[in-house]
Design a protein around this ligand. Structure first.
Ligand SMILES: Nc1ncnc2c1ncn2[C@@H]1O[C@H](COP(=O)(O)OP(=O)(O)OP(=O)(O)O)[C@@H](O)[C@H]1O
Length: 468
């Protein structure tokens, strides 16, 4: 059947409505936007920057999915501000938009960002409680240098590494230490998602100047999970200006991500080149000694006596990330408090046996992520992102399936580690891969050199060989 571009536009609009629900579609798309398709682009006409940014920040994945569903292809998405569209917005729609913004703002005001460091409560994590060891020493020393010198060569300082290796700890630690050592200095610690949300709210409430002043006048700007900006071009643009202003003023920027800047993908070249222009440090999982020290420190904080042999048992059995280590210790302390309060090696072995077998698989989930990402030509950060293009979602489905097969993790645990997905997403992904294998289906995905088509079972065999 021959379809026109106009048919495509109508079908894409309908598919978006199906995905996000009629209510949200009515508020953000129905009378606010105009679509056109040409030359591999979907242009979304919007009445103002605010609507454009809100759509970009909240619905990009759904739009991409809708395009793929209708055209069987990917399209680049651009926004075009067309003031004549404002006239078509009805009052109830404007009210609903304002309500969404109010809700988002309420969430934001509960967060930890405050304009002046001098007035805010310290963040939870401090440099004093960070235990340095071979896997994180360089990052720790760079963090100390950022605190002690107002101008460092480590600018920006870009920390990257797997789950729970201490990136947030160092970012918060830097800000806390700056508060102590340079009380007048203005610092901001915020996640990239919070940065993006605040930007959208500032646009809507016409407080863009205040937003920009606040971020661009910071002496130290620490942004966590910067990979969140991937595939969000207008947020990247805003952040680029923030970055340039701070950098030109000789102020400090500290960033954390789960991947190296060049591996984040869908990040504009200008940002990547700025991120790599300073100090990029990889943080590795802590070694045995460091894990023992962290355990000792946590036990001391809880005012619990934990014998050395127990500390060594925990640290020796859990080598992946510090959150798991902390979880195991907490479980043990909780168990002891039900009895006589004493913690013994025998008790530790019993209590932690189940915990360890579940959380310390022979194959670790980060090995699965790296193998799958390399195989499909994407990055581990893509797998954890909310991107839904065919290559990423196929890779993610295989990652989840392999995690389920080769680790003892539950569906919710896998989802949490793969970028905060819910358990239903993991179940669906696993079923999808099983169906492909049973049906001897072809798996198709795009690479830089063109489309690849490989039998699902072959993909699985090759990935299994990679993760050993
Ligand atoms: N070297 C360390 N010394 C003391 N505590 C640590 C260390 N590394 C990690 N932790 C603790 O482990 C927990 C997880 O660390 P953190 O949140 O900083 O990890 P992350 O690298 O930001 O992980 P994610 O990317 O999953 O958010 C925190 O409670 C943190 O205090």
């Amino acid at each position: 059947m021959h379809t026109t571009l106009m048919d495509d536009v109508t079908a894409i609009d309908k598919a978006i409505s199906k995905r996000i629900g009629v209510g949200k579609h009515k508020v953000w798309f129905k009378n606010s936007t105009q679509f056109s398709v040409a030359d591999g682009y979907l242009t979304i006409g919007v009445p103002n920057h605010f609507i454009g940014s809100w759509i970009e920040n909240h619905f990009m994945d759904d739009i991409q999915d809708a395009i793929r569903e209708v055209t069987g292809d990917e399209k680049k998405i651009t926004f075009n501000v067309d003031a004549s569209l404002s006239g078509t917005q009805k009052k109830p729609v404007l009210d609903s938009q304002a309500k969404s913004v109010r809700k988002a703002r309420e969430v934001n005001t509960r967060r930890r960002v405050k304009p002046k460091a001098v007035k805010v409560k310290p963040l939870k994590l401090s440099l004093d409680t960070f235990i340095a060891g071979p896997g994180n020493e360089l990052a720790f020393n760079a963090a100390r240098a950022v605190v002690s010198e107002s101008k460092t060569l480590f600018n920006p300082l870009f920390l990257h590494g797997g789950y729970g290796v201490g990136k947030t700890h160092l970012l918060q630690g830097i800000c806390n230490e700056i508060s102590k050592q340079r009380p007048g200095a203005r610092w901001i610690y915020v996640s990239a998602e919070e940065f993006a949300n605040e930007f959208v709210i500032a646009l809507k409430t016409q407080k863009l100047d205040a937003f920009r002043r606040r971020f661009r006048q910071a002496d130290v700007l620490a942004i966590d999970d910067i990979h969140f900006l991937a595939s969000k071009p207008s947020m990247q643009e805003e952040f680029l200006h923030t970055f340039n202003t701070i950098d030109l003023a000789g102020k400090q920027i500290v960033l954390a991500s789960d991947a190296h800047p060049k591996m984040i993908g869908q990040l504009c070249e200008k940002l990547v080149s700025r991120f790599v222009s300073g100090m990029v440090v990889k943080m590795e999982s802590p070694d045995f000694e460091t894990r023992c020290s962290i355990c000792r420190q946590r036990a001391a904080e809880m005012k619990k006596h934990v014998p050395d042999e127990v500390i060594e048992h925990i640290a020796g059995s859990m080598h992946t990330n510090v959150r798991e280590l902390e979880g195991a210790l907490l479980k043990l302390v909780a168990f002891a408090s039900i009895g006589n309060g004493q913690i013994t090696l025998r008790m530790a072995e019993q209590v932690l046996a189940e915990h360890i077998s579940r959380t310390d698989p022979i194959v670790h989930i980060s090995d699965i992520d790296s193998a799958t990402a390399t195989y499909f030509g994407i990055t581990p950060a893509d797998i954890h992102s909310s991107k839904k293009d065919r290559t990423v979602s196929t890779a993610r489905s295989f990652s989840m399936y392999l995690a389920r097969k080769y680790t003892k993790m539950s569906y919710p645990e896998i989802g949490k580690l793969m970028g905060g997905k819910n358990h239903a997403t993991v179940i669906l992904a696993c079923r999808k891969v099983e169906k492909w294998i049973k049906g001897n289906s072809d798996v198709k995905w795009k690479t830089e050199t063109g489309q690849r088509v490989v039998k699902a079972l072959t993909v699985l065999d090759e990935l299994t060989n990679c993760i050993g």
